[in-house]
Write a protein that binds this ligand. Structure first.
Ligand SMILES: [Fe+2]
Length: 299
């Protein structure tokens, strides 16, 4: 499906619950390592901004650490059509109400939980002003050469064909490519100019359906990635994969461990998708160089 008004336009936000002690550590990860704006909120939550949007990540105190919601931004004119397609799958949609919408920075919102327990929040964004300082640091949201959204998320799913069809046929994503190697078989999907906003895997890496393997954030310079990598040891965070470059999206990146249960990839130089002329390919290795595995992410 090509870009349309009733397709998801970007990964808008993520909401995480964080077990005691985890929220503080993740604040260090996002603030001091990635270099995002970290803003404490009422009730102990923390908002992480990568651009002018009120938050791209919301970290809430909780009993356990888990991904509480994936926010998908949909253009206002196509919102009802997208919600109707989701409803036609038999998914139970609920309206969290105006208060939640406002707290999410959204004008409209509808929520559903999928078979793996991922909670999706389809929303129309309220307008927001650009943040010039953050604009210089992160490829996020709308850029001069297209729309890129927050970053990407790699999800472990129980029914790989079913999850892929949900993203393509219902939400309007297209397949970018596939990487098949002894450790895993991953399908990469785009909804805008970011090479992939979602990657899907059947259970792999010792992780069950419903797990998040990693999140990726994209810097505007290679120096930011190198500087972040250099801080890991001193701040007490492990390297999961050393600096390297991916075969498919050509991102220069490293992966770090974080106590929230997912790894974080911080990268630079992702391939830009031309949706009208994209050719699907299969790769037999995830990286062209580097990315030496140091430890497995702990679910
Ligand atoms: Fe990645």
């Amino acid at each position: 499906m090509q870009a349309s008004d009733s397709a998801v336009r970007q990964l808008g936000y993520l909401v995480f619950e964080c077990a005691p002690g985890v929220l503080e550590a993740m604040t260090v990860v996002y603030g001091e390592i990635i270099g995002a704006a970290v803003e404490p909120q009422e009730g102990g939550a923390v908002h992480v901004r990568l651009d002018g949007r009120p938050f791209r990540l919301r970290l809430e105190p909780g009993e356990t650490s888990r991904l509480a919601a994936i926010g998908w931004e949909v253009p206002a004119p196509g919102f009802d059509a997208l919600v109707a397609r989701v409803a036609a799958t038999g998914a139970a949609l609920s309206d969290p109400g105006a208060e939640v919408a406002a707290a999410r920075g959204a004008a409209r919102i509808m929520r559903m939980s999928d078979a793996d327990g991922f909670v999706h929040e389809f929303h129309v964004d309220l307008p927001f002003a650009e943040d010039a300082a953050l604009k210089e640091k992160f490829v996020c949201g709308d850029e001069a050469n297209g729309t890129f959204g927050l970053g990407h998320i790699v999800q472990i799913v129980g029914d790989l064909p079913g999850a892929t069809a949900f993203y393509t046929d219902v939400l309007g994503f297209d397949l970018s490519d596939r990487i098949t190697w002894p450790a895993a078989d991953l399908f990469f999907l785009h909804c805008n100019q970011r090479h992939h906003t979602v990657a899907l895997s059947a259970p792999a890496f010792g992780m069950p359906p419903g797990a998040v393997h990693h999140l990726m954030f994209e810097a505007k310079s290679r120096d930011q990635v190198d500087a972040a990598y250099a801080k890991l040891g001193a701040l007490g965070f492990p390297v999961i994969m050393t600096i390297g470059q991916h075969t498919n999206d050509e991102v220069y990146s490293f992966y770090m461990g974080a106590p929230a249960g997912y790894a974080i990839e911080f990268g630079f130089g992702g391939k830009v998708v031309d949706r009208a002329n994209w050719e699907y390919k299969t790769f037999d290795a995830p990286s062209s160089w580097g990315h030496e595995l140091q430890l497995a992410p702990q679910p």
